[in-house]
Write a protein that binds this ligand. Structure first.
Ligand code: NI
Length: 181
């Protein structure tokens, strides 16, 4: 497994619509190696998720999972999951705002509205289709990662740039305020 270089905002690949992966090629050594390398990269960077365009591969593939993650100390655990050619359907009109960050937008946080309940249909790394419902933080992570496949970053989804913060300022001014609420 290899840790791959992460593309930062400004790299055109982050703004492209990624190509679907032919389902019959999912179990090929090339795609399986890409999945393993993306998981290694996500873990190396302490990310909650990673989309293939973020490692300079314009394919519809995301990995995510949260377990003992220092960047998300208070987050619920999320099982390590691989989604290929994912499709998201909102199961509610309700959106909630919460903080997000992105490995392609280093050292920043901002508040982003996301649907609180979604249905996800995708192929797994075994090449088989599967579906599940996700809510709250899990739904947020899936929506954030799948946005990357359509050339979107979380900044595009923010209702206002007023909360956009560098990490030290986020910790100093916003995190305390959140805890006061
Ligand atoms: Ni991201």
């Amino acid at each position: 497994m290899a840790v791959l270089k992460v593309a930062h905002l400004g790299h055109p690949i982050l703004r492209q619509v990624a190509e679907p992966i032919a389902p019959e090629t999912i179990t090929s050594p090339e795609i399986q190696r890409l999945i393993d390398d993306m998981i290694a990269t996500m873990e190396d960077e302490d990310g909650a998720g990673l989309a293939a365009p973020q490692v300079h591969v314009s394919k519809r593939l995301v990995v995510y999972g949260v377990r003992n993650n220092p960047r998300y100390p208070d987050a619920d655990e999320i099982t390590l999951t691989v989604l290929i050619n994912p499709r998201i359907t909102p199961l509610t009109k309700r959106q909630e705002e919460d903080w997000e960050g992105c490995l392609s937008v280093p050292d920043m946080r901002g508040r982003v509205p996301r649907f609180t309940k979604i249905r996800v249909e995708a192929y797994g790394r075994d090449g088989k289709p599967f579906r599940f419902d996700a809510d709250d933080f899990h739904a947020r992570v899936v929506q954030h990662e799948c946005d990357h496949l359509d050339g979107h970053v979380y900044l595009d989804r923010m209702r206002s740039m007023e909360t956009l913060s560098f990490l030290p300022e986020y910790h100093r001014y916003w995190l305390e305020r959140d805890e006061d609420r």
